[in-house]
Design a protein around this ligand. Structure first.
Ligand code: NAP
Length: 255
């Protein structure tokens, strides 16, 4: 059992950030929630100094509104700069930043913006660790909605070791307080088994009631198409793997 600490969560209202805030609170920590909804902005810097007062760690789970590479790169690098500067002023000892498994193998787009994010976070001055996660169970709905035209959704033919956002949050909360971060700048976390995205998306659509049909598609214009299809986004042998499976998660989810 770790001593209670004050831990700041950037993106505390997001898909994974809300679970990080909940896990930390359940473990007895004080959570400084950072998001625009809470009046704290990692891009303008508004409210950051006050939010970080007395914090020992920042968990960075914020992401901007645009998935486009240049806009996302701008968001991540600006946020990292502000979190480091304000973190240093407040005496924060560590930053743990969320990223994506396989992002370093990607050829472009949002995933490459994550590479710039990782570099900016690791550049200091506050000591930092990257937590790369596979796609979240909770992200399948978003992928379906992006690909839906009428009654049909097109989703990438992707092999992915989907993980629950809550499971990622537990590992992020561990990294926030573990006395030594150990070897290497990156920790990977993934789910218990490899899934085929069109299949799990179809399960989700059937449970939710729409869309009526899900097609797996291979987009020749996507530079990461082969990576998706050949397992290039799967975690390595040192990754932390934990349930629930997508089906277990889906059985428990409420709409
Ligand atoms: N989704 C996935 O499957 C997945 C998988 C692996 C890794 N990741 C990574 O995990 C991280 C979080 O992803 P997510 O899917 O949880 O994101 P999300 O649901 O889109 O949440 C984004 C969070 O960032 C906050 N935010 C946006 N602009 C902000 C600003 N200017 N200042 C402060 N907060 C701001 C949002 O709150 P406000 O709008 O209130 O500001 C929200 O809390 C990202 O780095 C992502 O790449 C995601």
């Amino acid at each position: 059992m770790q001593a209670p600490a004050k831990i700041a969560v950037a993106g505390a209202t997001g898909r994974v950030g809300r679970h990080i805030a909940a896990v930390l609170a359940e473990r007895g920590h004080e959570v400084a929630a950072i998001s625009r909804a809470q009046g704290v902005d990692v891009i303008t810097g508004a409210g950051l100094d006050a939010a970080l007062q007395g914090a020992s760690c920042i968990i960075d789970a914020a992401t901007g509104p645009s998935p486009e590479q240049q806009a996302a790169t701008e968001f991540f690098t600006t946020a990292a700069r502000h979190l480091h500067a304000a973190g240093q002023r407040a005496g924060v000892g560590r930053i743990v930043a969320l990223s994506i498994v396989g992002t370093d193998r990607s050829a472009g787009g949002y995933a490459l913006a994550q590479v710039a994010h990782e570099q900016a976070v690791l550049a200091g001055p506050v000591p930092a660790r990257i937590l790369r996660a596979t796609q979240f169970h909770e992200f399948v709905a978003q992928l379906l909605d992006w690909g839906t035209r009428g009654d049909i959704a097109a989703v990438p033919r992707m092999r992915t070791q989907l993980v629950a956002a809550r499971t990622v949050a537990e590992v992020a909360a561990d990294l926030a307080v573990v006395p030594e971060l150990g070897d290497g700048p990156v920790t990977e976390v993934g789910g218990p088994r490899v899934e085929f995205l069109p299949e799990v998306a179809a399960l989700f659509a059937a449970r939710r009631g729409y869309p009526a049909k899900v097609d797996g598609v291979s987009d020749p214009a996507d530079p990461d198409r082969e990576l998706y299809e050949n397992g290039g986004m799967l975690p390595g042998p040192a990754a932390i793997l934990a349930g629930p499976t997508f089906e277990e998660w889906l059985a428990a989810v409420s709409f």
